[in-house]
Design a protein around this ligand. Structure first.
Ligand code: C2E
Ligand code: CA
Ligand code: CA
Length: 693
């Protein structure tokens, strides 16, 4: 009856051994999106960030081993439900038992046999998707049972009440919580006719006879107020998959007018009369249901309280009818902005509350608040009598801020008070002050990035790359800065992650392409042959705009593609590899070269690299830093340079800070050197005066 959207499953491989990662990637990429983590110490954060559907976990890892990682995952409510398959080279019975006792769902012997790995991962994914469908249908079923016009009561196999839906609460005259635990006969005594004999409760018959039972005609039920009500009903046993009787469900309704009244009352108890939205009581139940789901799925839940500012003034100036109509309109407009299962409720006079299940990122809640804010501004522009209608927003998050629905609501409420009091939060406040200050900083930075793009405050600095033998500048790396109003620069370390998350990196990167090609043209006109190396974020590279934009810019500036190099990181290879390789081939066929930046910090698999269409390997600063004057061996730096050379790749060493490092690297035959020893990144004009006169 209920369909769930099927999405590509995510498989996380935690293994320090790059060759295993390559093998597993090849094996599993047809089953789902494969992501990797090489460091056991970073595993928990990685799992929380990526919320994978299954984890393959190596046991022997330096820093933190697989058993320790699993213990950490099992101790965290966000991660404890994710199935973990151990990869182990220890295959004694004791070892295998230990894996299972720790809570792993399966183990695979190393070296892994591809077909076995694929089959086992597939099994776990299938199990998990079934479980998710069950949870999903439970969620839907609960909403339906809560909102139908019939009374529903469930009992266990001993006829002890376990649940009453809202209509049953009204008809019986008892809240579900009080009825739970009582015998079915105690809360709904039955009789035949006006003063007829007692009638056996059909729940009992359904359990005894394992069949659906209708109630006798002319049946009456006494409610808790002592009144006899004519009812019509049927009961059915609840049977488990293995045929065991778990209890029974009885569905009944009042057959005279009071039936309509009961339904109406239940509706009043649950829905707001003006907007027809769920009221705070129903929402509280729905939040608690979501919390139960979320403990299984590991997803966060957000609550967003929307408080219309100065609503009292609107009411007193235009009257309640106008006020009610406005609330209805606001509710409709907010609903239009919703996308994925959010539930809007009327919380209080001029307050709406929005329940956001399955929150991927905390910032999504922020964006939702901002879009409602923007929409209210539009509405008030259209209705000038509203005099700048606005709202304040209070946000709270499960499980960060509270572990139950009531507290979560209270926290959203105190956040909205903070939002009203504090002028410089833009009317949006999180309950947690830590999340709050992070979110303010992010909002501020986001605004700065957008204004930098509009006001041409994106700047390119250039750092020279030197030929170790001649000392000549053969290339430069273009490095982005954002200019602050006060003239200072913001470092890319501080803004690239946010720019990638929000997609602004695409426009920022396009500005850099423009600035760099403009400079390239300038040098070419002066008769200088200097290659420009551009950093390209994976987000930018895989966007369909990137390749056409670059090729068009090359055309427009009339520069030679041979003078352009793109620095990409190994993380790019974790995206859609076939598409990435296709784009790289296309760019290289035009003469553009590709370099792998920060080599040695990520995936770092040289055997894999030989199949990639790249020209240059940029060895990370960390390896250069290993070359110190104290004579210690810098075996890794030497190995990487030698291997790169054997693959026919050029090598660049970045982060060269001393004459000693420069001379050692020259001895290794590195193609180009870059670092503070030669020059920091500088504006093009300074570069010209220092090196190029
Ligand atoms: P990266 O690509 O690894 O760039 C090299 C970084 O090392 C630069 O930092 C540079 O200033 C710094 N550096 C240069 N010489 C030395 C040295 O001798 N010692 C040390 N310790 N550091 C040195 P910067 O400019 O802050 O850039 C940081 C990162 O931001 C870059 O790392 C790159 O990943 C990213 N980035 C910079 N510009 C862009 C851009 O236009 N687009 C994209 N997508 N990312 C960029
Ligand atoms: Ca770089
Ligand atoms: Ca680098």
């Amino acid at each position: 009856m209920f369909t769930t959207l099927s999405k590509t499953p995510k498989i996380l491989v935690i293994d320090d051994d790059a060759s295993q990662i390559v093998l597993l990637h090849k094996t599993l990429k047809t089953i789902g999106d494969v992501i990797f983590e090489q460091d056991g110490r970073a595993a928990l954060d990685r799992v929380i960030d990526s919320s994978p559907d299954v984890i393959l976990l190596d046991i022997d890892m330096p820093g933190k081993d697989g058993h320790e990682v699993l213990a950490e995952l099992k101790a965290n409510v966000l991660t404890q439900h994710i199935p973990v398959i151990f990869l182990t080279s220890r295959d004694s019975v004791d070892d295998q038992l230990k894996c299972l006792r720790d809570g792993a769902v399966d183990f695979i012997a190393k070296p892994p046999e591809p077909a076995v790995v694929a089959a086992r991962v597939h099994t776990q994914l299938t199990l998990r998707s079934r479980e998710r469908e069950l949870v999903e249908s439970y969620r839907h079923a609960k909403v339906i049972v809560e909102s139908i016009g019939d009374a529903v009561i469930t009992t266990d196999q001993n006829c002890i009440v376990t649940y009453l839906n809202p209509v049953a609460e009204v008809m019986i005259g008892l809240p579900s919580a009080e009825a739970t635990g009582q015998m079915i006969e105690d809360i709904m005594p039955l009789r035949i006719g006006d003063d007829g004999p007692p009638h056996i409760n059909p729940v009992r018959v359904a359990i005894l006879d394992r069949r659906v039972v209708g109630m006798a005609l002319n049946c009456q039920m006494m409610n808790q107020r002592g009144a006899w009500v004519p009812v019509e009903d049927s009961a059915a046993p609840l049977v488990s998959e293995t045929g065991e009787i778990l209890g029974a469900v009885i569905v009944f309704s009042d057959i005279n007018e009071s039936r309509a009244l009961a339904a109406k009352m239940a509706q009043t108890v649950q829905y707001d009369q003006v907007t027809n939205l769920p009221n705070r009581f129903l929402l509280l139940e729905l939040i608690n249901t979501e919390i139960t789901m979320s403990k299984r799925s590991g997803k966060k839940i957000g609550l967003l309280l929307v408080d219309i500012n100065q609503f009292k003034l609107i009411n007193s100036e235009f009257g309640f009818e106008y006020g009610d109509a406005l609330l209805k309109k606001v509710a409709q407009r907010i609903k239009v902005l919703l996308r994925r299962g959010e539930i809007l409720s009327r919380h209080h006079a001029d307050q709406f509350m929005l329940l956001v299940p399955d929150l991927d990122r905390i910032s999504d809640l922020n964006y939702l608040a901002e879009s409602i804010k923007g929409d209210l501004t539009l509405l008030s522009q259209r209705q000038p009598e509203l005099n700048g209608l606005s709202a304040s927003f209070g946000l709270s998050i499960f499980p960060d801020d509270a572990l139950d629905g009531q507290m979560l609501m209270m926290h959203a409420d105190s956040a909205v008070h903070k939002a009203k009091k504090d002028a410089d939060n833009g009317g949006v406040c999180f309950y947690s002050s830590e999340i709050e200050s992070q979110s303010i900083a992010r909002r501020h930075l986001h605004a700065q990035l957008k204004s930098a793009i509009e006001n041409e405050d994106v700047i390119a600095l250039f750092q020279p790359m030197i030929d170790p033998v001649s000392g000549e500048v053969l290339a430069v790396e273009a490095l982005m800065r954002i200019r602050h109003q006060d003239g200072s620069f913001i470092s890319p370390m501080d803004f690239i992650p946010l720019a990638e998350e929000t997609g602004l990196i695409i426009e920022l990167g396009e500005r850099m392409v423009d600035l760099a090609l403009q400079q390239l043209k300038h040098w070419a006109d002066d008769g200088r042959r200097i290659r420009v190396c551009l950093n390209v974020s994976p987000v930018q590279f895989i966007s369909p705009r990137f390749v056409p934009f670059l090729l068009e810019a090359i055309e427009q500036y009339g520069v030679s593609p041979e003078m352009i190099e793109l620095e990409v990181t190994e993380s790019l290879m974790m995206q859609n590899l076939d598409q990435v390789i296709g784009d790289m081939d296309r760019l290289r066929s035009r003469g553009i070269s590709i370099s792998i930046d920060d080599f040695g910090t990520g995936f770092s698999c040289l055997s894999y690299l030989k199949d990639l269409p790249v020209d240059v390997l940029k060895v990370d600063k960390a390896f250069v830093a290993q070359i110190s004057a104290d004579g210690s061996d810098y075996v890794l730096a030497r190995t990487i340079v030698a291997l790169a050379q054997s693959l026919g790749l050029q090598t660049v060493s970045e982060g060269v800070e001393s004459a000693y490092q420069a001379s050692q690297l020259r001895g290794l035959g590195v193609s180009l050197l870059q670092g503070f020893y030669f020059s920091p990144p500088v504006p093009a004009d300074d570069l010209q005066t220092r090196y190029l006169i």
